[in-house]
Write a protein that binds this ligand. Structure first.
Ligand code: GLU
Length: 355
């Protein structure tokens, strides 16, 4: 009789614990981690060597490697792609954005984390910022050191990214990048240094906030239209029009834009010198191309600053527009989305002022 009582007590206690754990889990936010590869999923033969290959570790293994991460949120991983972000493509952007829109439309999903290589992370973040139709948090993260490296920072970055995505305060901030304890807006963030962990910075407007071992603090709201206030939509879009970037330098060749247009470019961004500037031959080439209906956006190869509307170059004379504070790679993203329609030069300049 005593044994039966003992067993009964044990069953009741276990059931109580199970119900308790389930209730706690149900109170946690539901976060989906969409993995795309990158160094955070990279692996190398030696923990002290710099050689490695991106996109080797699958998302569930990555989540399971982070201590206590499942205490922050109910997590589910999805493998959207598994590439080094140098191989990120428009096709993956469209798949990822459509999937995120679908997930966030569900009341059972509270936020998204995207793991991504750092080389093109700012471009993916900015693309998503313009086409995601939800105010729920979308947070990109990655790492500079592969998972097998000494002091790999991927696990802490993933932990902090989940903490931000799970935080109710993060609603309405658009798409963010969380790395190295910092929260950056998709509009501002730039990869500034080739390999150290402090590579992501927002030199124009500063970081949005900080996250320290899961503790989230916001300083200010992001700049520009985004997510629910963005007019761009990729519903039914299967591809984007080709936009190429020309890199400015002293004595630059003046036939580069012609070559790109002949190869199929429907828009050109110029990473100009200084304030989005270029030599006289290239300015003449711009005039010809814009007259033929191919838009040209002037950005700068200088990492920090705004390309002035009324500086040395008179955009009205050449038919070009200024990228304002967008760097060439983000200006390309905005131009590709703008080319889903047929914007006039004035429309295009307005977009670069607003987004
Ligand atoms: N090529 C890698 C990538 O972007 C390097 C950088 C990284 O992920 O940190 O995927």
């Amino acid at each position: 009789m005593k044994t039966i009582q003992k067993h009964f007590k044990l069953i009741v206690t276990s059931l109580f614990l199970l119900i308790n754990v389930t209730l706690v889990a149900q109170n946690l936010p539901n976060i989906i981690v969409c993995a795309t590869g990158g160094t955070i999923a990279g692996a190398g033969a030696s923990s002290t060597g710099s050689a490695y290959t991106s996109g080797q570790v699958k998302i569930e293994a990555m989540i399971d490697a982070v201590p206590n991460i499942r205490k922050l949120a109910n997590l589910k991983g999805e493998q959207t792609a598994n590439v080094g972000s140098q191989d990120m493509s428009v096709s993956v952007w469209l798949t990822l954005a459509n999937r995120i829109n679908e997930l966030l439309a569900s009341k059972d999903v509270d936020g998204i984390v995207v793991t991504h290589g750092t080389d093109t992370q700012e471009e993916t973040a900015y693309f998503l910022n313009l086409v995601i139709k939800s105010d729920k948090p979308v947070v990109l993260t990655g790492s500079m050191r592969p998972s097998t490296a000494l002091s790999a920072e991927g696990p802490l970055n993933l932990y902090n990214a989940v903490a931000v995505a799970a935080n109710p305060k993060a609603k309405g901030y658009g798409v963010m990048v969380v790395m190295n304890h910092e929260i950056h807006s998709a509009h501002n963030v730039k990869k500034m240094i080739t390999t150290p962990v402090q590579t992501f910075q927002s030199p124009e407007e500063g970081m949005l906030g900080k996250v320290s071992f899961g503790d989230v603090q916001f300083f200010h709201k992001p700049h520009g239209l985004h997510t629910t206030s963005s007019k761009f939509s990729i519903t039914g879009v299967k591809e984007l029009r080709r936009v190429d970037i020309v890199y400015g330098c002293a004595d630059m060749s003046t036939d580069l834009m012609d070559i790109m247009v002949k190869a199929g470019a429907k828009g050109i961004v110029i990473a100009g010198v200084g304030d989005g500037n270029m030599n006289a031959g290239t300015l003449e080439a711009i005039k010809k191309i814009t007259k033929a209906g191919v838009p040209v956006v002037r950005a700068s190869r200088v990492p920090i600053g705004t390309v002035l509307l009324k500086g040395e170059v008179n955009d009205e004379e050449y038919g070009s527009v200024s990228s304002m504070e967008l760097n060439p790679q983000k200006a390309r993203v905005l131009l590709m989305l703008a080319l889903l329609n047929k914007p006039s030069r004035a429309d295009l300049q307005k977009m670069f002022l607003e987004y």
